[in-house]
Unconditional design. Structure first.
Length: 75
């Protein structure tokens, strides 16, 4: 008897992945600070900044880069 394994690959939109990372890391750090009871707003700011950076780098390439006037520029 031969066993066949089927692997389904799903292509997820880069914008969705970037937003998911932003929300998971951002909300996660706020929950961690509230649960610890530290009230460290500096830590929250750094973690949200890191979450935004990771989300942007994950979603990079989803849309062409544009300048302030809407003209496409080379990446």
């Amino acid at each position: 008897m031969t066993r066949v394994t089927v692997v389904a690959t799903v292509r997820v939109d880069p914008n969705f992945r970037g937003t998911l990372i932003l929300i998971l890391f951002g909300v996660g750090v706020v929950a961690q600070v509230v649960a610890a009871g530290t009230r460290d707003s500096n830590g929250i700011a750094w973690a949200w900044g890191s979450a935004v950076t990771m989300g942007v780098h994950t979603a990079r390439g989803a849309l062409p880069l544009r300048d302030a006037h809407g003209r496409a520029r080379s990446g």
